[in-house]
Design a protein around this ligand. Structure first.
Ligand SMILES: [Zn+2]
Ligand SMILES: [Zn+2]
Length: 260
């Protein structure tokens, strides 16, 4: 969602930009050549019409910078992704029927349009889109820190409440990696990780590094190289971390990672 990244005072400009682009695929109201209003759709999804009098074909992009940039429904999608800071490679990877050239050309025209019609939005956008290629936005950094301190807190906790008998007299076991405790009242063992989502993850010594790698936009293969764990483990860990971010309500971070 671009509203996570676009500053609040520019939300209406961003919305206006997206709605301008969406409107391009709507049915035109009159023929631009003969002004006749009886038109019929040739292709409803691209808003392409034919005039029933002069028989000429057109859509709303005629006389706009977006002329001949079909499919027009791609334009608002690309614009939204750029406002989230997505690079060409990510956009192309997700819309994988299009060549890099197709995406780049549309991005360029959208940026020119934004600069002309929504100059304040563009003033924010330009340094943002360049910055996101190297650095992580502040609101994402904040959620990374929240997640890390939550994880560290669980791993380093020295006290716990027994899930079996609710006793608070529990002793931490020496193996700190799995946050194991033993209840002094009922003598049962339990882990602090249970119910957090973390119990499904191995290698707790790698957790903080894994969070950084995900936030840096590393792919599974790159993470595998750094942490020296198998592809299957990385794939599973990524899924579990995204799930934990959802549960912890760290939605900006989750979106940031999902769209890298
Ligand atoms: Zn006509
Ligand atoms: Zn107990």
């Amino acid at each position: 969602m671009y509203s996570n990244f676009v500053p609040t005072n520019l939300h209406n400009q961003a919305e206006a930009l997206i709605s301008d682009l969406k409107l391009l695929s709507d049915k035109p109201t009159e023929c631009p050549y003969c002004k006749n209003t009886k038109l019929y759709f040739v292709n409803a999804s691209s808003g392409y019409c034919r005039c029933s009098v002069c028989k000429r074909g057109f859509n709303r992009s005629l006389n706009t910078p977006f002329y001949r940039l079909a499919p027009l429904e791609l334009l608002p999608i690309i614009a939204e992704r750029r406002l989230c800071g997505q690079g060409y490679a990510t956009i192309r990877h997700e819309l994988n029927t299009y060549t890099p050239w197709v995406i780049k050309r549309r991005v360029r025209v959208i940026e020119q349009y934004m600069q002309t019609h929504y100059p304040e939005l563009y003033q924010w956008y330009q340094p943002f889109i360049e910055g996101t290629q190297q650095s992580i936005p502040d609101n994402v950094v904040q959620q990374i820190q929240q997640l890390k301190s939550w994880v560290t807190g669980i791993l380093n906790a020295t006290t716990a409440t027994c899930p079996h008998c609710d006793s608070i007299h529990c002793q931490k076991m020496n193996d700190t990696r799995r946050a194991q405790f033993r209840c002094k009242s009922c003598w049962r063992y339990f882990s602090n990780l249970k119910g957090t989502g973390l119990e499904h993850l191995g290698y707790s010594e790698n957790w903080l590094t894994m969070i950084d790698l995900l936030a840096d936009g590393k792919n599974n293969h790159e993470i595998e190289q750094v942490l020296k764990i198998s592809t299957g483990t990385v794939t599973k860990a990524r899924r579990i971390w995204l799930d934990i971010m959802q549960r912890q309500n760290l939605l900006i971070l989750k979106e940031w990672i999902s769209s890298r």
